[in-house]
Ligand binder design. Sequence first.
Ligand SMILES: Nc1ncnc2c1ncn2[C@@H]1O[C@H](COP(=O)(O)OP(=O)(O)OP(=O)(O)O)[C@@H](O)[C@H]1O
Ligand SMILES: Nc1nc2c(c(=O)[nH]1)N[C@H]1C(S)=C(S)[C@@H](COP(=O)(O)O)O[C@H]1N2
Length: 193
Amino acid sequence: MNSALKIGLVSISDRASSGIYEDQGIPALGEWLAQVLTTPFTLETRLIADEQSLIEQTLVELVDVAACQLVLTTGGTGPAKRDVTPEATRAVMDKEMPGFGEQMRQISLHFVPTAILSRQTAVIRGNSLILNLPGQPKSIKETLEGLKNDQGQTLVPGIFSAIPYCIQLLDGPYIETDPAIVKSFRPKSAIRH
Ligand SMILES: Nc1ncnc2c1ncn2[C@@H]1O[C@H](COP(=O)(O)OP(=O)(O)OP(=O)(O)O)[C@@H](O)[C@H]1O
Ligand SMILES: Nc1nc2c(c(=O)[nH]1)N[C@H]1C(S)=C(S)[C@@H](COP(=O)(O)O)O[C@H]1N2
């Protein structure tokens, strides 16, 4: 199976979803993906409140019905009572991919000491990867892209480097990126020319 790339974006914020402020999560995710992906893709976007059952329902629908091979959530990963995104994500998983959360916290510590407050994780459901990002819109680029010096050299690799190969291992489309922004890493045997 090697269908066209479809990515689900879920912004989870009580205030953005009720109109108290404008959602910046989905635009930030969409703009970043448009810059980095050289593979054509389509988006399915959802803006929802921090309600566990609604988050679970949305993730299931994006994977099982809309057939997104990758789903990125933003928001609701912190310690506050209504932050339940990781619980909802785990509730719909087949298996957990804890390395993504570990690496994102490592990256984020280069930007903010409160990075350890994010409980973000990643999971596999069916043939799809679901990944939690923090709610702060600037954290999207920080965690996906990593940290570069003034000369543009990578100091800490962002987690997106590992996503194309992960999707490939799940029998999804072959995803390519602009290496000047994020170099996708694959073992030599998995590279297609
Ligand atoms: N979707 C969003 N759009 C714009 N800014 C956001 C969004 N989500 C979070 N932020 C910003 O990042 C900060 C930290 O995000 P966090 O997810 O902790 O928000 P929150 O306090 O849980 O509130 P809410 O769920 O209502 O966004 C917020 O105070 C807000 O300034
Ligand atoms: N890269 C990055 N990671 C970050 C942040 C940030 O600004 N940049 N904010 C942190 C803060 S302040 C919190 S409370 C947690 C959880 O945020 P969330 O509840 O919006 O998901 O993410 C953390 N991770």
